[in-house]
Design a binder for this molecule. Structure first.
Ligand code: ZN
Length: 572
């Protein structure tokens, strides 16, 4: 505490101009999240993090003290910890003993700490790191990351952070890759008088400091590395609780800006039926012993574990629910409970995260709503790159198509792949696979599961386990090829012949329905081909219920036309 106050006094002396959006510049390493890790990081098990954040909105600076607990999986002589070098380290103590200032350096965004002794395999080490400076300011969060400094409509301080793309190292010393989750995190967030700091997990208490500021103390377990978030404003709060079908009672909170009570109450009223949907279709809310939390933010939204960011301005839509809230909330299951161990498998987060809005539309209103919502996603599938590359990737190598990533296809093509899989293996098998993937067991109930890491390969094994069949041919095409399968139709005499043409040329025994004269038949397509009798002049429709993700010339032509229109508009 003492160190912290000294630094903040220094911070006040420096009358530096406020950083602009995108400032201060960050290194390539800080901008990167995930990817191949140094052996010294992989040698660490991250047991605990005790994080104090002193946020100073007037100077847009941050002071922090992070006490990190690790267990060495193999002998460790140095700690390599990711931290933006815009937040210089002023002191480090190892197991309570201060290091000499020459014992650490941070040349490019990865703190290198020379330990006074080698930590043997199985040994523990606690590093207490005091740091502070000007954290990077986001340009357009959550599409890029950093601090989002803002004001409420009545001019009061309001800000938040996002870190999904660039990673936790923007704000605190961490292991910036998906499996770098600490076992337990204690947060102590010091904010100006009159502001609140809702955050991850359970509220332990709020302390009032001598100068009138408040310190908000929270504890959370197994948070995603990018889930730790600061959300600070003059919030008002709605709370309630949900009686789960699994027997537990789940506390629910929404923190919103003053003056929005009626709109906030309507959004809060969506929490219970949405929770009921996920618990019925997937399984228990994974963080029932902490809370369901949502906070209004000056950016669009993010799946911060137990404190989902909401910035959708209470938008109204034909489906009758707030898609942004529903999408971020779905990530409590598909991102925070089931976490992809490698960015390469992030379709598990975003494909499922996007499929859950049509699935909820179906739960509420039936098949027509589901179909309409699926169709609105269909037109945005680009098929530029395979969803999965089969290697350890960074976040940017997945989200950015010019870096080899599938970009938005991990959302919409992932969603359509799940739609196709569900039609192929049936509702019962599909939801069983989903539950297995999320909890690692078929019978989750509160207390018998923990957040877990998964992968595409594991998901394919779960499909095989539930169905008793090998669907490698399915995932080879939809996950590991960019182009879609094409159904070639040939009408000759009184016969219609259908054949699958798939990228990679493998087998593709995807059954196809055909409606002839209003009667629907199912062709097994066992060897990738099928024929059906077709009387002269008879009208037919292939795949009349749009059960299969396949090439559509109409979608391609529409996308090409839209791209040409956009180019025309942007031409001088
Ligand atoms: Zn998402």
């Amino acid at each position: 505490m003492k160190t912290l106050l000294v630094i903040s006094a220094l911070g006040l002396l420096a009358a530096a101009p406020l950083p602009k959006k995108g400032e201060p510049a960050i290194t390539a390493l800080t901008q990167t999240s995930g990817g191949i890790r140094p052996a010294e990081q992989l040698a660490l098990r991250f047991d605990s993090a005790d994080l104090t954040f002193e946020v100073l909105p007037d100077t847009e600076t941050l002071n922090g003290v992070a006490a990190l607990g690790f267990t060495a999986k193999s002998p460790v002589a140095r700690l390599l910890i990711d931290l933006d070098k815009n937040l210089p380290v002023t002191a480090i103590a190892i197991d309570g003993v201060a290091l000499a200032p020459g014992a650490w350096s941070n040349p490019d965004g990865r703190l290198i700490v020379r330990l006074p002794r080698i930590i043997p395999a199985g040994g523990k080490v606690r590093a207490t790191i005091t740091y502070g400076g000007t954290p990077h300011v986001a340009v357009r969060a959550p599409w890029d990351d950093g601090m989002v400094w803002s004001k409420t409509p009545d001019g009061r301080t309001w800000f938040a952070t996002t870190a999904e793309g660039y990673g936790c190292d923007l704000f605190w010393p961490c292991l910036d890759f998906p499996t770098g989750e600490p076992g337990v995190v204690d947060l102590h967030i010091i904010v100006p008088k009159g502001l609140k700091a809702p955050s991850n997990g359970t509220l332990i208490g709020v302390d009032t400091l001598a100068d009138g500021r408040t310190r908000w103390n929270w504890r959370t377990h197994n948070p995603n590395t990018y889930a730790i978030a600061l959300n600070v404003g003059p919030y008002e709060e709605i709370s309630g609780s949900y009686q789960s079908r699994f027997g537990n009672r789940i506390p629910m909170f929404y923190w919103y800006l003053p003056g929005e009570k009626a709109k906030a109450e309507k959004l809060f009223a969506e929490f219970t039926p949405t929770l009921d949907f996920f618990e019925a279709k997937v399984g228990p809310y994974p963080f029932g012993d902490e809370k369901l939390g949502v906070v209004e933010t000056p950016h669009k939204g993010m799946e911060h574990q137990t404190i989902n960011a909401y910035g959708n301005d209470y938008a109204k839509a034909i489906e009758g629910f707030d898609w942004l809230f529903q999408h971020e909330f779905s990530h409590e299951w598909f991102a925070n409970q089931l976490t992809a161990a490698n960015w390469d498998d992030y379709w598990l987060h975003e494909g499922y995260g996007s499929y859950m809005q049509p699935a909820y539309g179906e739960w509420r209103e039936g098949r027509a709503r589901y179909d309409a919502m699926m169709q609105s996603q269909r037109g945005t599938i680009m098929n530029l790159k395979p969803i999965v590359q089969g290697r350890v990737t960074t976040e940017e190598e997945v989200y950015e198509t010019d870096k080899g990533g599938a970009g938005q296809d991990i959302y919409v093509k992932g969603s359509w792949m799940l739609h196709t899989l569900r039609n192929l293996i049936g509702d019962d098998a599909f939801w069983k696979v989903t539950t297995l993937a999320v909890y690692g067991r078929p019978d989750p109930r509160p207390g018998n599961f923990r957040p877990r890491f998964g992968s595409s390969a594991e998901y394919e094994r779960f499909v095989q386990q539930v169905t008793g069949k090998d669907y490698r041919w399915f995932f080879d095409v939809y996950l590991r090829q960019a182009a879609l399968p094409e159904l070639v139709e040939r009408r000759s005499g009184d016969t219609l012949t259908l054949s699958w043409s798939v990228p990679g040329g493998g087998r593709f025994p995807m059954p196809v329905e055909v409606s002839v004269g209003g009667r629907t038949q199912r062709l097994p397509m066992t060897d990738g081909r099928g024929t059906i009798a077709l009387p002269a002049h008879a009208h037919y429709v292939v795949d009349p219920n749009a059960k299969i993700l396949r090439r559509s010339v109409a979608v391609e032509e529409m996308q090409a036309w839209r791209a040409a229109q956009a180019a025309k508009k942007s031409a001088p």
